[in-house]
Write a protein that binds this ligand. Structure first.
Ligand code: HEM
Length: 81
């Protein structure tokens, strides 16, 4: 078990802009991806998921179903749901 903090969905939802910070959730973990937004190969589309779950978007954009994408995501983990 991780010692990272637990966040509510409501708290995550408050982080939905570059100003407030961009947080997303994936499989029960919370990620602060603010610094990654400018590096995203898919551009500003990443902001559609800001403050919520990645799953519905990654289901549409299967390019994310690769280990190297999950490796990137894991660098930004800040907590759990
Ligand atoms: C491509 C990461 C969220 C849309 C990519 C690629 C990476 C990446 C590494 C390149 C994959 C490759 O070509 O091997 C991420 C991460 C995300 C995220 C870490 C969340 C933290 C999103 C979201 C959307 C999205 C929410 C759409 C709403 C796209 C699209 C591409 C892409 C359209 C293809 C870009 C192209 O090749 O022209 N993403 N992504 N991504 N992503 Fe994301």
């Amino acid at each position: 078990p991780s010692s990272l903090p637990v966040f509510s969905q409501e708290e995550v939802a408050k982080h939905a802009s570059l100003e407030a910070g961009v947080w997303v959730t994936y499989r029960g973990s919370v990620y602060d991806i603010t610094e990654f937004v400018a590096m995203h190969p898919g551009g500003d589309k990443i902001l559609l998921a800001a403050g919520g779950a990645l799953e519905p978007f990654w289901a549409l954009y299967a390019v994310h179903s690769q280990d190297h994408v999950l490796d990137i995501l894991s660098e930004y983990k800040v907590g759990q749901l």
